[in-house]
Design a protein around this ligand. Structure first.
Ligand code: SF4
Ligand code: SF4
Length: 466
């Protein structure tokens, strides 16, 4: 960025030149945006801990069971046969993320990402409560082990571990269903190793991330963060420092005193509150998770020195450099078009998705059979997939009224077991006099409990007397 007092570096801010960790002791933020983020976080956490308890028709409202490949979204069960829906859904989601990032930058990271919400709004707050403010935290970290340090570290360890364990239980409930999780709680670990082992693994991972790894997850691991460089452009809205207004930075001068400085009084409060340890005045950096703490901090300073707020604010590079407002770029329009098309395809596929899927094939190598009473028949195989969690008895009906055909199932009535595939064999019988062509198109209706659940078109072969 031109005009910024830049400090170049070729390493991330949390790693020292020697390669060791530069531990961040972020000052506790406060202000309008922090309050708004707290409200959003409370709603978010409430939703996170409530959803696994909600059931629709005896099924969880949400469950992503990757092991058994069963996915329930808003009470609708998706099976491996619906994989194409999943792929289109993921593509739509990806385009949405890219489009959103092109226009609004990393707003997702600061306001919605679970890593930021749990780290900044739960674990960091516990830390302030037990260890005190950032100065006290730093002093404690640098102090020798004594009773004060031991009890604070022990208390923090216990609370962090307990919250990690709680999150892991709920995380597992999203993957396996709350019934599985409650099962191991009621019946004991010995009977539920399959639940307990992943639980221990998830608890360990969460504890490690929130106790030690922290912002490194955003800086090193998160692929979304790594993609910012290619997604952001000069029109993207990011948390940005207004260098036009702020520079040259320096201590406030009395009226008439020279040289005249910009609005930035170089108090470095924006740096002290940053949980990733960067100076946003150096321009957009990959470490910035758009948490808005620096906006609140700088607004407080500006209010204090009677200058307009917004020296650090949500803005695009073009907004700061040229005073331009948000505008639609060709890239934004192209992404939007693709997104609308994908959403439309997804909506059509979802609305036409069936709980029972049927495929009917005429038995190969047989034309037709002569039957009594001057009737002829064709033999068919039917394959059915039941995506629901109840057994479905199925009846079949020929729907071409002109044909007057009837279905005769070979063997027992067809019942498809819950969550599985089934098959059957059946004849379609018709009066010879009504079959005029050699190849006739017929429609077989698949019914359950008097309700039509599918319809399949197939061929009926006749002697072809016309
Ligand atoms: S908080 Fe504002 S005034 Fe203080 S250093 Fe940061 S940008 Fe400058
Ligand atoms: S620069 Fe500001 S918005 Fe970005 S991570 Fe630091 S405090 Fe948060």
């Amino acid at each position: 960025m031109s005009g910024v007092n830049e400090t170049f570096r070729d390493s991330i801010g949390t790693i020292t030149e020697k390669g060791t960790r530069n531990w961040i002791f972020a000052k506790r933020p406060s202000g309008k945006l922090y309050n708004a983020r707290t409200v959003v976080s409370i709603i978010y956490v409430l939703i996170f801990f409530t959803l696994p308890w909600i059931k629709v028709n005896g099924e969880p409202l949400f469950m992503l069971d990757f092991i058994d490949r069963k996915f329930i979204l808003f009470g609708v069960i998706f099976w491996p046969q619906d994989f194409f829906l999943f792929v289109i859904g993921m593509l739509t989601f990806l385009v949405f993320i890219v489009l959103f990032t092109v226009v609004y930058g990393r707003i997702f990271c600061g306001w919605v990402c679970p890593q930021t919400i749990f780290m900044e709004m739960i674990f960091r707050k516990v830390e302030y409560l037990i260890d005190g403010n950032s100065e006290k935290q730093k002093a404690l970290a640098n102090s020798k082990w004594n009773l004060n340090k031991i009890w604070r570290r022990a208390a923090k360890f216990i609370v962090f571990f307990f919250i990690s364990f709680l999150i892991a239980n709920y995380f597992l409930a999203y993957l396996m269903g709350m019934d599985h999780v409650l099962g191991y709680i009621k019946e004991g670990v010995a009977r539920h190793w399959g639940t307990f082992i992943p639980l221990v693994a998830f608890t360990s991972v969460f504890f490690f991330v929130y106790w030690w790894f922290r912002e490194q997850a955003c800086l090193i691991v998160c692929p979304y963060g790594r993609l910012q460089g290619v997604m952001l452009d000069p029109n993207s809205i990011v948390v940005a420092y207004d260098y036009v207004r702020g520079e040259p930075r320096g201590k406030m001068k009395k009226v008439g005193e020279s040289p005249k400085t910009g609005d930035c009084v170089d108090c470095k409060l924006c740096v002290h509150v940053c949980p990733t340890g960067i100076d946003i005045r150096n321009g957009t950096q990959l470490e910035c998770i758009n948490c808005t703490a620096c906006i609140d901090a700088c607004d407080e300073v500006m209010t204090h020195i009677s200058r307009p707020t917004g020296l650090i604010r949500y803005a695009s590079e073009n907004n700061i450099a040229r005073g331009e407002n948000l505008k639609l770029t060709p890239r934004t329009m192209a992404y939007s078009t693709v997104l609308v098309i994908l959403l439309a395809v997804l909506a059509v596929l979802l609305s036409t998705r069936k709980d029972v899927q049927a495929t009917v094939m005429r038995v190969q190598g047989m034309l037709y059979q002569e039957q009594a009473n001057d009737r002829i028949s064709n033999l068919y195989n039917i394959k059915l997939i039941n995506k629901t969690r109840k057994d479905i008895p199925v009846t079949l009906k020929v729907e071409n009224e002109d044909l007057g055909g009837e279905v005769k199932v070979v063997g027992n009535d067809i019942v498809i077991k819950a969550e599985s595939a089934g098959d059957g064999v059946f004849f379609v019988m018709a009066d010879r006099e009504k079959i005029h062509n050699r190849k006739n198109t017929i429609q077989i209706g698949v019914y359950s409990g008097g309700k039509k659940i599918d319809a399949i078109k197939t061929n009926f072969m006749g002697p072809g007397n016309r």
